[in-house]
Design a protein around this ligand. Structure first.
Ligand SMILES: Nc1ncnc2c1ncn2[C@@H]1O[C@H](COP(=O)(O)OP(=O)(O)O)[C@@H](O)[C@H]1O
Ligand SMILES: [Mg+2]
Length: 281
């Protein structure tokens, strides 16, 4: 049987001002999975992550962490296993130096100093920031701050990371490197990751499973190539297809190019092979 670490069961939530943010959300996250919540602004991604992390409590439905209802768990028990990285690292980092920031969580958990030093060094290495312990947070780039925020959770020994738009605000290379980092944490480090994103272009290619969220409801879930289907279905959820997929869709449906019923390609490489096959025929 698959080892389910986090299970969301029929969760609905309205903010105190009666904004209905989520309704009837159910999903399961298995151990080591790298899952994406894809949705336009306001679709409920941040709210869902906050519910999964136990920050918002007065929702209906249930969230189970390793089988236990998180409403019955102490914050300490939750934070020993799972943590949320905010969208903006400036909301997360508050100590003056990298070392102080990354060691803050472990210190609060009552870890021994030698263990803390080891954990901090290892966490900084995992996010590609080794050697930066003495640096001033304010001197780091936005992307480096995002990495330090992730290191802060890894240093506490978190096995489950919830990440709110970890690639938002990064330049194209930074976005690629962040996705590579998260993939290696998941595939090599065995860390279970749930990330929110509104990016349709690069991010989904790295994910094991993608859930589309629209106006507080889960619309579809599956492998990236199963989720990106037709332009109008993406417009319905205020998203669009990856550009390369849209090109192939239009060639097929609007220009009558004979492409068979293969899934839409999501990368230049896949589209290139598909088109070459046709041109050669
Ligand atoms: N503190 C709040 N009070 C009232 N409404 C909120 C609050 N935070 C978010 N919302 C609303 O809840 C909905 C979902 O927001 P959010 O979870 O932030 O979406 P996303 O992260 O996908 O952009 C939106 O309609 C948003 O305006
Ligand atoms: Mg958000």
């Amino acid at each position: 049987m698959e080892d389910i670490r986090l299970r969301v069961e029929d969760v609905s939530y309205s903010y105190p001002d009666a904004t209905e943010a989520l309704s009837g959300i159910s999903l399961a996250v298995s151990k080591g999975a790298f899952i994406g919540l894809l949705g336009a602004n306001g679709s409920g991604k941040t709210t869902l992550l906050k519910i999964m992390d136990g920050i918002i409590k007065d929702y209906s439905g249930g969230v189970r962490l390793d089988g236990e209802d998180i409403k019955t768990l102490s914050p300490k028990t939750i934070y020993r296993k799972m943590g949320l990285v905010f969208q903006n690292p400036d909301d997360q980092l508050f100590a003056p130096t990298v070392f102080e920031d990354v060691s803050f969580g472990p210190l609060n958990m009552g870890m021994e100093e030698s263990e803390i030093r080891g954990n901090v060094a290892k966490a900084l290495e995992s996010v590609g920031m080794d050697g930066s312990a003495g640096k001033t947070i304010n001197h780091l780039s936005f992307g480096q701050k995002k990495r330090i925020a992730i290191a802060g959770l890894l240093a506490m020994g978190h096995e489950i990371l919830l990440l709110d738009e970890p690639t938002a605000g990064l330049d194209p290379m930074g976005e690629y490197r962040m996705m590579e980092l998260l993939t290696s944490l998941s595939k090599e480090g065995g860390i279970t990751i749930v990330m929110a994103t509104h990016s349709v272009e690069l991010v989904p290619l790295f994910l094991d499973r993608l859930y589309i969220l629209s106006r507080g409801r889960l619309k579809r879930g599956g492998l990236p190539e199963e989720v990106f289907t037709a332009p109008e279905e993406m417009r319905d959820v205020k998203l669009r297809l990856p550009q390369i997929a849209e090109l192939i869709w239009k060639l097929k449906h609007e220009d009558g190019l004979e492409l068979g019923d293969k899934k839409l390609p999501l990368t230049v490489g896949e589209a290139r092979r598909l088109l070459l096959d046709i041109f050669k025929k």
